[in-house]
Design a binder for this molecule. Structure first.
Ligand code: SF4
Ligand code: SF4
Length: 67
């Protein structure tokens, strides 16, 4: 079953994954993690095609895509 998991405590809000998602599904959360960053969140998981781009471009390996 496809699933996208975001390790919110490791996200530093750099926005690289947001820029690279071809479907525009990633946004910064309003919540703040323990390091003071607004982690990325998924807007609409139904529309995700599990292309892996977001996981591949994240420098901190925050995103894991299961497909
Ligand atoms: S796996 Fe692809 S479509 Fe899904 S959120 Fe990541 S970049 Fe976007
Ligand atoms: S690329 Fe990684 S660290 Fe940067 S905003 Fe996306 S999930 Fe967070």
């Amino acid at each position: 079953m496809k699933k996208l998991v975001i390790d919110v405590e490791r996200c530093k809000s750099c926005g690289i994954c947001i820029e690279h998602c071809p479907a525009g599904l990633l946004v910064l959360s309003r919540e703040i993690n323990s390091k003071g960053y607004r982690p990325v969140r998924m807007k609409d998981e139904e529309k995700c095609n599990s292309c892996l781009l977001c996981a591949l471009v994240c420098p901190d390996l925050v995103i894991t895509v299961y497909r």
